[in-house]
Design a binder for this molecule. Structure first.
Ligand SMILES: [Zn+2]
Length: 278
């Protein structure tokens, strides 16, 4: 996929299943199940989309999925499927080994977005991308290092602490430029330090939304937020701002967890918003 002078590729770390109630929060099942059907265990399919961005000589990877540390038992609970391989296999198919990634950006530190940050090498946890600097919002780092009873199961130290000991961590203080064409934008709500990644080149615009809107339907309906959102009213305001911004620029949208709609563009008709495949 080309956006102006930037090339980008959606790279998948597989597909899994999660409780529909967790994904749609307070939205009644009768509304969401017509859009995303649930299986017999009330689970809905979830993509694990990451994004490789090639901009001005930099190879930038946004999010790293669950990674290879997921044990067989956990993979069973998650119903994790990797028929086409995982993130590292996908990058290899594009011709990039892990050493060739310059920057890894985590939208946030929930385990489905940063599990692939690190690898177990002979009993020692090491950064999976040995030459990369990992860019994480300072607020998100603090939230992850000091979790509470609700966030402890998703903020797993093995996914981010080894970056610090390896000297490969870069903490960001809000909106930050990556290259002249790529920037991080703080989009809090799903988590306090959540960020999205924007590409702007030669009149074209795109945004990787992470879990600000994991699926297209989460952007179409501002009130549809996941049960995991730590600050759901902030999510709504972050989504409102991004929705208006995206309409103005006809921005290409990348959704982290949407299986049929990994990317699309937002259209407005009256007071309704619809994402169309693109
Ligand atoms: Zn997620």
């Amino acid at each position: 996929m080309r956006l102006g002078n930037v090339e980008c590729f959606i790279v998948s770390d597989g597909e899994w299943r999660m409780d529909g109630g967790a994904i749609f929060g307070v939205v009644p099942k009768v509304l969401w199940e017509t859009i995303v059907p649930a299986d017999e265990l009330n689970r809905v399919p979830m993509a694990l989309n990451c994004l490789l961005i090639l901009s001005q000589g930099k190879r930038i990877l946004v999010d790293t999925g669950f990674g290879r540390k997921v044990l067989a038992k956990e993979a069973g609970q998650l119903a994790l499927q990797r028929q086409d391989g995982d993130l590292l296999d996908g990058l290899q198919r594009l011709g990039y080994g892990p050493k060739e990634i310059d920057i890894v950006i985590n939208t946030h530190l929930h385990s489905d977005h940063c599990g692939g940050n690190t690898l177990d090498r002979g009993g020692t946890l090491k950064p999976a991308f040995s030459s990369a600097e990992y860019w994480i919002q300072r607020v998100e780092w603090a939230e992850a290092c000091y979790p509470n009873e609700r966030t402890r199961k998703t903020y797993l130290p093995e996914n981010f602490r080894p970056l610090e000991s390896a000297g490969q961590l870069r903490l960001l203080h809000g909106n930050t430029r990556v290259t002249a064409e790529v920037r991080c934008m703080a989009t809090k709500g799903h988590s306090r330090g959540h960020q999205s990644v924007i590409i702007e080149s030669d009149g074209e615009t795109a945004i990787f939304l992470g879990d600000l809107a994991g699926r297209a339907v989460h952007l179409e309906h501002l009130a549809w937020t996941t049960a995991f959102d730590s600050e759901p009213f902030e999510t709504i305001e972050s989504k409102r701002a991004i929705r208006d911004w995206a309409i103005e620029r006809n921005a290409l949208l990348f959704f982290g967890h949407d299986v049929p709609m990994p990317s699309g563009r937002l259209l407005r008709s009256g007071d309704r918003f619809v994402v169309q495949n693109s």
